[in-house]
Design a protein around this ligand. Structure first.
Ligand SMILES: [Zn+2]
Length: 105
């Protein structure tokens, strides 16, 4: 296996970000997923919070799923039904949001 097969990302995504949309103004809307495991008598369950956040206008859409069994979610969490709302929000938001992030400098 050639070790040079890895592709370099042009920018480093913040921790927890699983998808990034570019808005019409050139800002980014990020989808972030955080899972917190809990031990119960029936095994480990996970509380999942999915946040879609626009860096331009700082609007966000938050979905919370409590007590999930992550073994049923499949390999690609982003394509699972749990991310449906966040995907739809980020996609439609990116198509119309014209806010730019405030320069930090
Ligand atoms: Zn926005």
């Amino acid at each position: 296996m050639p070790s040079s097969a890895q592709t370099a990302e042009s920018t480093v995504w913040p921790e927890g970000v699983i998808a990034r949309y570019v808005t019409v103004a050139g800002a980014t809307a990020d989808i972030k997923a955080i899972g917190i495991d809990r031990q119960t008598s029936v095994g480990t369950i996970t509380d999942i919070t999915i946040t879609a956040y626009c860096q331009g206008c700082r609007q966000k859409d938050v979905s919370t799923y409590l007590g999930m069994d992550t073994s049923t979610l499949g390999d690609d969490f982003f394509t699972s039904s749990l991310c449906d709302d966040a995907r739809k929000w980020a996609q439609s938001h990116a198509e119309k949001c014209r806010a730019m992030p405030r320069p930090t400098a």
